[in-house]
Design a protein around this ligand. Structure first.
Ligand SMILES: NC(=O)c1ccc[n+]([C@@H]2O[C@H](COP(=O)([O-])OP(=O)(O)OC[C@H]3O[C@@H](n4cnc5c(N)ncnc54)[C@H](OP(=O)(O)O)[C@@H]3O)[C@@H](O)[C@H]2O)c1
Length: 178
């Protein structure tokens, strides 16, 4: 079974995107020249699992940014063909988090990047997240799409490290306690 790893940025009040999905608050000129560790994180990842919301946001980028296989979890896309340009790079599936991890494990993945607010919440609920690298941007949005949500019970984390960057971005790494 592969392990799940989260690398995500939130506003100080815990949102990963505005309600309409926009990320304008996240991409900032003061981040220029700062290494927040994304490339190092990605170099150690075998596959990515994301929700339809994140997939649709990434489709709006100038170019497809991943060189690892991407599994998009979606009930609405599962029966539809992957766009020609993404064939061989993306798979659509309607799977539970556990089934998604089993599927990626069967394909040889050991470390899976888990991305998207609802998807991270679902994977956390099922005990499928090993660790989180959480970057907090010093802005309050007041409303938006939440990273965290309802749980069946408390979920304890172990803090491993926190780095404060000159831009004001504060990045923390947490291990999810088994
Ligand atoms: N700040 C950051 O670092 C960061 C990172 C990633 C994404 N984002 C932003 O976050 C937004 C997307 O996040 P999101 O939370 O709205 O959506 P999401 O988690 O990416 O996708 C949610 C969708 O995934 C599908 N899904 C499949 N299985 C599911 C399950 N077990 N539980 C829940 N959903 C499941 C559903 O689509 P169907 O209805 O098709 O079934 C659901 O609507 C985008 O705006 C993106 O740009 C920000």
């Amino acid at each position: 079974m592969p392990t799940g790893h989260v690398f995500i940025a939130t506003s100080l009040d815990g949102f990963i995107a505005r309600t309409d999905g926009s990320l304008d608050w996240l991409i900032r000129p003061e981040h220029e020249g700062e290494d927040h560790g994304y490339d190092a994180f990605m170099s150690d990842i075998d596959a990515i699992v994301m929700g339809r919301g994140t997939y649709q946001a990434v489709l709006g980028f100038d170019a497809w940014p991943y060189d690892k296989p991407v599994l998009v979890l979606s009930r609405s896309l599962a029966a539809t063909p992957v766009p020609d340009a993404l064939r061989g790079k993306v798979t659509f599936a309607d799977l539970t988090p556990q089934a998604a991890m089993d599927h990626l494990g069967a394909q040889g993945a050991a470390r899976v990047y888990v991305d998207g607010g609802q998807i991270v919440q679902a994977f956390l609920r099922e005990g499928l997240v090993h660790d989180l690298i959480l970057s907090r941007i010093p802005v309050l949005l007041g409303t938006g799409r939440s990273l965290f949500g309802a749980l069946d019970g408390d979920l304890e984390l172990t803090h491993q490290a926190t780095t404060a960057f000159l831009s004001g971005l504060v990045q923390s790494r947490y291990l999810v306690r088994p």
